[in-house]
Design a protein around this ligand. Sequence first.
Ligand code: F6R
Length: 335
Amino acid sequence: MTDMLAQIRDLPAQLSWAAEAEAPAIGTHSEVLCVGMGGSGISGDYAGAIAEPFGTRVSVHKGYGPIAPWAIRLRPLVIAVSYSGNTEETLDFAVSARDTGLPVAAVTTGGRLGEMAREEKWPTVEVPAGLQPRAALGYLLGAVLKVLEGAHAVDDQRLAFVEAAEWAGRAVDEGSDTWDRAAEIAAGLSGRIPIIYGGGPISGVVAQRWKTQINENAKMPAWWSVLPELDHNEITGWETMPDVTKDLLGIVALTDRSDHDRVASRVDFTRNLTSDAVPWVAEVASAGTFPLTRLVSLTVTGDLLSLMLAEHAGVDPLPVKTIEKLKKLLAKEDE
Ligand code: F6R
């Protein structure tokens, strides 16, 4: 797990970079539409959780254009996020946003999105290259928040970045409480398909991150769901196959203090009601003061866990060959 571990250990430095990065001047916006895929796109979900208390709505679009009619009417600031700058869905949407006359900003290392941003004079936060996009979350989220700062959509986030960087700096080392908790969960989940539950704006977005990190790093299936919604459908799905699911699945419930009080009760009741079908359950609570730190604390546990699961499975967490293969197949179709 060596190289990916080094990239994950880069997170504190990325958050420190974000603390010092400059916010581009972008006018004033409280309606924002982030577009991006995978490791880039999730920075929009994270930014949305941070921006919400400021009265800013960050909608996240993960796909091609065209621009939805609501966006044509409300004219949000579009933030196109692509680490490589070459992701076709993001580029397609950015072109639609331009052609529709929406304001656009870009977050990228370069690529075609970087070129377009220069041609169109879009405000841009350029992030350092050389990482897997999913391991560049500190840069990408930092850059999206800089754009939001520049658009007066959130307050200055410097102190939050400093706290989050310090927290992450302690957590990513072997022997930290976070490391040990990740190892404990990885051991329990070994041989099981993980299902990650969240229950609020912070725990919910990180549940998604855990799922995708387990998919991409450990090359394992994983799913995520959110409370209270899952109590209105998924909870009944455990009824008929307990003999299959009890040894096959494990649930990790992520919690944060912003979760509604009733969600904590729901976690307990849901656990009791489904214990025959999924007896293996773990809980991880966020730590830290700022929402950013709480996001980062849950994220680091999941990132480390995904590497430990990769190690158990005997796979290299770094390459994502199937994603690359698919991108090549699509490119061939274009020739
Ligand atoms: C790879 C990864 C992927 C990419 C996605 C979009 O580490 O996380 O999910 O993020 O394929 O590519 P970019 O981020 O370059 O727009």
